[in-house]
Ligand binder design. Structure first.
Ligand code: CTP
Length: 425
């Protein structure tokens, strides 16, 4: 049986697949396109993640393909994998078909060469364990040892064997991700296996970077709150931090972030895109205290910028909103409060507040105050004899705040204030 919708792929991709099959045949290899792309072809979902598995020497074939297509090749001999960057912008992952065994649960697998059946049988779910042949003799033929197609039709996420979640507990998060994304159901037996794995504290065996990777993938999904509600129901959020809980207020906060991100272009028409996934993460960990947030940052080895965003969110929380909802505030006061925070932190705080005035002030900061620029530059202060060390920044700031507060309209007024401030310093 031919894979559905394969012929509907863009012509240049189909042509490339056929050429790959032909070159493989000339080199006595068999090649297959595998995994998510086959699943998504059946579901009519766009997926341009091309994963190719080779029965034979994958790297040798990748080198031949690179020559033929004048493609850039990055190979990882140790893993028998390679990435091909074809000049028309297509990226293809190529791997030698392999067999995997796990030395202990949660570890990375031991790998030896194998055939396509071995390669598919080490995969997570039946719907992800289908392949299509690319060799000319049976181009497009579906390979489906585990009834993935039937599960796809039943809309079920099903593991291939009982130890799947013990071997790789990150698959618990993957199962939930596919369940929520595709609106599928985790098949009953697989669900029991998840519960068993959680009871056996399977997550304790996983290295944090692998968990972080899966978390980011979820945070990148369109509607992460559903995913985390389900994760919390099936395995709690303890694998992020032992004290992290998912409560109604977490759900509300995630919803509020979602609303802001969905209307981001309307709310902040001239602003650069922000890292939405990270704002969701700030919201998800909102219930944790300062010290716990630090544990999380260390566990997942977050970078400086991410740590700063999380910490400043925690630190501003207390007095921030009462200040921002005061009746009278000058633009410069709002600016001074917000200017030192990342946009991710600011938007997480915007999501947290229910106060209309506070929201409006945050929006004014993002849309107006943070875009204001002085007409004069530091050079002018230099010319007036102010040295860089002394009051330089203080004077420029005062002129800037006066401009924010509407006290200066023209460049001449800025110059005038500069002269006065220099005289009185
Ligand atoms: N895979 C697995 N176990 C994992 C991760 C991946 O078995 N812990 C397998 C699955 O067969 C998957 C393939 O490797 O289809 C490629 O992984 P990935 O690109 O992460 O998955 P996709 O199915 O392509 O998912 P997405 O649509 O989110 O990219």
């Amino acid at each position: 049986m031919l894979v559905n919708n394969l012929e509907n792929l863009p012509q240049d991709i189909l042509r490339l697949f056929r050429q790959i099959g032909k070159i493989a045949q000339e080199n006595n290899c068999r090649v297959y396109i595998v995994g998510g792309m086959i699943r998504d072809l059946y579901l009519g979902r766009e997926n341009f993640d091309f994963d190719i598995v080779v029965e034979g020497d994958g790297i040798a074939l990748a080198k031949k393909l690179a020559d033929k297509f004048k493609a850039k090749l990055v190979d990882h001999e140790k893993f028998a994998t390679a990435v091909l960057f074809v000049p028309n912008g297509i990226k293809i992952d190529i791997a030698t078909a392999r067999k995997e065994t796990y030395e202990h649960p949660g570890a990375l697998p031991n790998v030896v060469p194998g055939n396509i059946e071995d390669d598919l049988s080490r995969r997570d779910f039946s719907i992800n364990a289908m392949a299509a042949s690319l060799n000319p003799e049976d181009f497009g033929e579906l390979i489906d040892f585990f009834d993935g197609l039937s599960d796809l039709k039943k809309k079920e996420i099903k593991v291939l064997h009982d130890l799947s979640f013990i071997d790789d507990p990150t698959r618990i998060l993957r199962a939930i991700r596919f369940e929520q994304r595709l609106k599928f159901k985790i098949e009953d037996h697989s669900l029991r296996l998840i519960k068993e794995a959680v009871k056996r504290k399977a997550f304790d065996t996983v290295k944090p970077p692998r968990i972080w990777h899966e978390l980011i993938l979820i945070l990148y999904e369109r509607n992460p709150k559903k995913y985390f509600a389900r994760i919390s129901q099936l395995c709690s959020l303890k694998f992020i931090h032992p004290r992290l809980r998912f409560k109604k207020d977490t759900l509300r906060l995630l919803e509020s972030v979602e609303k802001i991100l969905n209307s981001y272009n309307r709310l902040y028409p001239d602003n650069e895109p922000v890292r939405g996934w990270f704002i969701y993460f700030i919201a998800l960990t909102d219930r944790l205290g300062r010290r716990e947030i630090k544990d999380v940052a260390e566990k997942f080895n977050l970078n400086r910028e991410e740590r700063d965003s999380l910490y400043s969110y925690k630190d501003t929380n207390r007095n921030f909103f009462s200040f921002l909802s005061k009746n009278t505030l000058l633009p410069s006061q709002i600016y001074i409060l917000l200017e030192k925070l990342s946009y991710e932190t600011i938007l997480a705080l915007r999501a947290k507040t229910v106060d209309k005035l506070a929201k409006k002030r945050i929006d004014d900061f993002l849309n107006i105050y943070d875009k204001v620029k002085l007409n004069i530059t530091g050079d002018y202060l230099n010319d007036l004899g102010v040295s860089l060390d002394s009051n330089f920044k203080k004077i420029l700031d005062r002129i800037f705040y006066a401009k924010l507060d509407g006290k200066l309209k023209t460049k001449e007024e800025e110059l005038q204030l500069a002269r006065e401030l220099v005289k009185n310093q």
